[in-house]
Write a protein that binds this ligand. Structure first.
Ligand code: HEM
Length: 355
């Protein structure tokens, strides 16, 4: 098979697509490029067609602009508190482990209504999940997924005993369009998708953004004073150039072509968001910081029917955290950053200090 720089076979023999136009085309053709790629239930990301649309219809309102606006004061409080503690310690800290991961767990717990007692087990899980993702061993990743499921099942059990007025309880009350209640395995899968994966993504996004700010001090003042919209655009652009959310898979449903390569039914192809976000055919200088010029083609949150429903929530969370940091002081590097190891992107460690 003849491949190019932007379409290649990986070690597992999967066709990886980093060509921006092809990634967009595939993401918008779910009939030919199905999201049913796993034998495990994945709600909503591993669903297609009507079943997928039904779940998005149920879930999207939990993460829409109104939901995020309601949560913002709490997010601001969490960010201010975390940054004040790090600032008061007057010592270097890790933007991924000390700031991003902890903020992600607290912010997602505030959104879902989870009690502080879950913070340490969740943080431990985020750290172990990254180790398992680095090794890529199916048994390690299955074990870590089972551990998360056990945490969620215990949460659901306790919530049934003591219902509260929060997002988790409301998710548990959702009904399919035929009136049937969501099964426990569907709820576990939903909660896994809106927490498990994204706790890690938010921590990695924080590392990428804080690293960029530390090595681009000339942008710190104007971003500290920027409007929400301008700060959001800057964050999206920083993440585009160094996207820590690497890829998603699709299963080919019929004989066709991708990037000039023939593909057959059943074959797995990989949408490489990270490479597509740096495709020089679209972003002539991929490292240039140009939020206005690059926004329309930015694929950090995906595109098509599976486009990230958590985008506004993630953006709001990252915005309040960055604002809290920039308000507290100047961000300076405090040592060498350590890159993550493929297949994970972003940074393992970003030592910084606030001055
Ligand atoms: C932190 C930064 C985040 C990034 C970079 C990100 C990125 C993405 C991307 C690229 C997709 C598309 C997947 C595909 O096409 O197969 C996606 C889907 C998804 N994201 Fe996010 N996401 C983030 C945060 C969040 C948050 C905070 C939530 C929820 C609270 C969330 C929930 C989801 C869900 C449920 C899906 C599956 C949607 C579907 O299949 O219809 N994400 N995300």
């Amino acid at each position: 098979m003849s491949t190019t720089d932007r379409v290649h076979l990986d070690q597992k023999g999967r066709l990886v697509i980093g060509d921006h136009a092809e990634v967009v085309r595939l993401a918008h053709d779910p009939e030919t490029f199905s999201s049913i790629v796993s034998r495990h239930l994945q709600v909503p990301n591993g669903l297609d067609g009507a079943a997928h649309a039904e779940m998005r219809h149920l879930l999207d309102p939990f993460m829409d602009a109104d939901a995020v606006a309601q949560l913002l004061p709490e997010l601001e409080r969490i960010a201010a508190d975390l940054v004040a503690r790090l600032d008061a310690a007057d010592a270097p800290f890790g933007a991924v482990a000390d700031l991003g991961a902890r903020f992600a767990v607290r912010a997602q717990s505030a959104w879902l209504g989870w009690l502080p007692e879950w913070e340490e087990p969740l943080l431990q899980w985020v750290a172990d999940n990254r180790v398992a993702s680095r090794t890529g061993h199916p048994r390690a990743t299955a074990e870590i997924a089972d551990r998360f499921d056990a945490i969620i099942r215990e949460l659901l059990r306790r919530r049934r005993e003591h219902p509260r007025d929060d997002v988790t309880t409301r998710l548990m009350g959702l009904r399919h369009s035929d009136g049937s209640a969501l099964r426990d395995d569907e709820l576990v899968s939903i909660l896994r998708n809106v927490t498990g994966g994204d706790l890690g993504s938010l921590a990695l996004c924080t590392g990428v953004i804080v690293h960029w700010l530390a090595v681009h001090p000339e942008h710190q003042d104007h971003l500290a004073a920027a409007s929400d919209a301008d700060l959001d655009a800057a964050i999206d652009e920083i993440l585009r150039a160094d996207d820590p959310f690497v890829s998603n898979r699709r299963r080919v449903t019929r004989q066709t072509e991708v990037g000039g390569c023939p593909v057959h039914a059943g074959q797995i192809v990989v949408l490489d968001w990270r490479a597509a976000n740096r495709d020089p055919a679209v972003f002539v200088e991929p490292d240039a910081f140009d939020p206005a010029a690059h926004a329309a083609a930015n694929l950090v949150y995906g595109t098509g029917p599976h486009v990230c429903p958590g985008r506004l929530l993630a953006t709001g969370e990252l915005r309040v955290l960055v604002r809290a940091l920039l308000t507290a002081g100047r961000i300076e590097p405090a040592g060498d950053p350590e890159r993550e190891q493929a297949p994970v992107a972003g940074f393992r460690a970003v030592p910084v200090r606030l001055v």
